[in-house]
Design a protein around this ligand. Sequence first.
Ligand code: HEC
Length: 195
Amino acid sequence: MQHVAAVAIAATLVAVAAGCSPASVKPAAKVRDGELAVPADYRSWPKFLVDVQRPDAKQIRDIYINPIGSGIGPGETFPNGTVSVMDLYKARENPDGSLMKTPDGKLVKGDLLKVFVMGKGAGWGDTVAKPELKNGDWVYGAYKADARTPSGDDIAACRGCHLPVANKDFVHRYDEYFQTRVATGAAKFKGGGEP
Ligand code: HEC
């Protein structure tokens, strides 16, 4: 056993030394599922889509994207460094259990239930335990309303449901985002801010 451990340590040292060439002083760490923190200021980021109506899930969702991600145009892939955060709100219910609606038929926001995040970086996809669930270089995290305490959601389920939209860079409402962005006159959100 001790011999095995020594070999493992030696291998690690070689790997560390190899990464320490003058050109790459410190190789960037690869972030794994569940390790991606939610940045404190995400609600000041460009809005991706807000008030997403999900009566099926009895929820309303607000999605934000950081300026690195919002800089792309239709048909482009999100660059490394992109982070998207989604707030999942409970839709309020009437006393009879039906969903409360505003006069124009929209759901009414209740408590914030959870905060989901996805972000991508060079080689992050290599950390995925099941290669068939690789979503490019995206990794996922799921938190309670405080945006820090893990919610316990199964990350494999996130991957499984985002996988089918690989042709939209694993982002479900990719097309809707660009259509809405054009409709609101915000041709480019680059650098943050709203129209
Ligand atoms: C059953 C399918 C499904 C599962 C499971 C799922 N998602 Fe999604 N996700 C969606 C859909 C659809 C959207 C678009 C918004 C909407 O309709 O709610 C979305 C949107 C998102 C977004 C906003 C960016 C984007 O892609 O549009 C993030 C971030 C996200 N999901 C993270 C997660 C995380 C983290 C998990 C696992 C804890 C997860 N998702 C599980 C279907 C799913």
